[in-house]
Ligand binder design. Structure first.
Ligand code: NAD
Length: 390
């Protein structure tokens, strides 16, 4: 029951709030680095952002290089550009990839150091630049977390790093920006939100406050993800999914994630798969592995997903992984790691099996457990239980 709760980001949530970008940014700086994707999916929104910023006399330097699974090279290039242009504020406009690159640049630019050296423990001594985060996916919650997730292709690593400096100063969270997401990205990112919520809810670090946020996020995903995938123009579903994404982001900042993220990030590092998909494919087997270690919480998940009426706590807990498998099938995501190229006992197993990787998970995991979890995640016809896992 002991906890501390610190959350310094101002959240501005609502349909149409993107129009406040110029005003909100001008309060923090006069020369903005605008970090986004290469021009394609968000071209219109980026043009709108430039217009909104110009209206408030904010000079803009565009850094449109934030590709999915961003690397430390991208961050270092962006930091160099921010220094050259004398930027005093950084805007991350896009999904987790764009927001994470922005958050990392805001620390690396004034520090005048490679971001990976900071991740490896180099102390942060210069004041970081303020960040304005504007999510365009409903998935990572990066606008509400103190994480950045950056890949190091040379080391084959993709990891989340937590520092208080990574909290955005302000996040503008506008569901209208998510209407253009295609069904597949809606499904993958929406499942990322569910994975955050389930893992924060069941983490060893869960607190009464993170539980409130995570439980509500689980309930909202259960009600609205299918609708958002089936009809991208369903504004109510988009709004509730974006809210779930932010709530789950705050929850993981306080309660961390568990083994589906450990496995998912290793898969992302090796196979460069979309983050939401990698964690989703690991989630059901991880729930099978964990559910009887904390049946109260897993029975809670079943009930938050609208099932389990009349069942004992044990039976409701055991039902929870199957409900997640059905959701994955309904939104037409591949249901197994084999579909994205993972094989038994490949590099992923070695990457996940490192000391401390199970620190937040409700149940400890050893090398054998990781091996069974990966085997149990390979295809929809497999499960952790099938391989004799208790
Ligand atoms: P993403 O940012 O990688 O974007 C995925 C794709 O969606 C891109 O091709 C992009 O062009 C497209 N896209 C984005 N918004 C769109 C829109 N509105 N319309 C049409 N297309 C759009 O995806 P993501 O899942 O949001 O972010 C994943 C990254 O975030 C991963 O690197 C992951 O590890 C990281 N992450 C960070 C945190 C955190 O707290 N910092 C938490 C979880 C995940």
């Amino acid at each position: 029951m002991d906890f501390t709760f610190f959350f310094p980001t101002r959240l501005v949530f609502g349909q149409g709030k993107f129009s406040l970008l110029g005003e909100e940014t001008a309060r923090l700086g006069r020369r903005a680095l605008l970090v986004t994707y290469p021009p394609r999916s968000l071209a219109r929104v980026v043009a709108q952002a430039q217009e909104l910023l110009a209206r408030h006399e904010v000079e803009v330097t565009l850094f449109a290089e934030a590709a999915p699974n961003p690397t430390h090279h991208t961050v270092d290039r962006g930091a160099e550009l921010a220094r050259q242009a004398g930027c005093d504020v950084v805007i991350g406009l896009g999904g987790g990839s764009a927001m994470d690159v922005a958050k990392a640049i805001a620390v690396a630019a004034p520090e005048n150091a490679g971001i990976w050296s900071i991740y490896e423990g180099r102390p942060i001594s210069a004041p970081s630049l303020p960040v304005v985060a504007v999510p365009t996916t409903a998935g990572t919650g990066s606008e509400a977390t103190f994480y950045t997730v950056i890949s190091n292709p040379e080391l084959r690593r993709k990891e989340g790093f937590a520092r208080p400096q990574f909290f955005p100063k302000v996040s503008i969270i506008d569901p209208l920006l998510t209407l253009s997401l295609p069904p597949r990205i809606t499904a993958e990112t929406g499942m990322d939100t569910l994975t955050h919520a389930v893992e924060a809810y069941t983490s060893r670090l869960a607190s009464p406050v993170s539980d409130l946020l995570a439980a509500e996020a689980i309930r909202l995903v259960g009600l609205y993800l299918r609708r958002a995938v089936a009809d991208g123009g369903d504004l109510e579903a988009r709004t509730q999914m974006l809210l779930a994404n932010t709530l789950a982001g705050i929850a993981i900042t306080h309660a961390d994630t568990c083994l589906a993220h450990v496995i998912g990030e290793a898969v992302g590092a090796v196979f460069d798969t979309p983050h939401g998909l990698s964690v989703t494919l690991a989630l059901p087997a991880v729930m099978e592995y964990n559910c009887l270690s904390n049946p109260g919480k897993y029975a809670g998940i079943t009930r938050l997903l609208g099932a389990g009426e009349g069942l004992s706590e044990r039976d409701a807990a055991l039902q929870s992984p199957g409900l997640v498998r059905s959701l994955i099938a309904d939104i037409r995501l591949p249901a197994g790691l084999a579909a994205i190229g993972v094989a038994e006992s490949d590099e992923v197993t070695a990457l996940v099996n490192r000391p401390g990787m199970d620190a937040s998970n409700p149940r400890p995991a050893d090398a054998k457990a990781f091996e069974l979890l990966i085997r149990g995640s390979l295809s929809p016809s497999m499960s952790y239980w099938q391989f004799g896992g208790v």
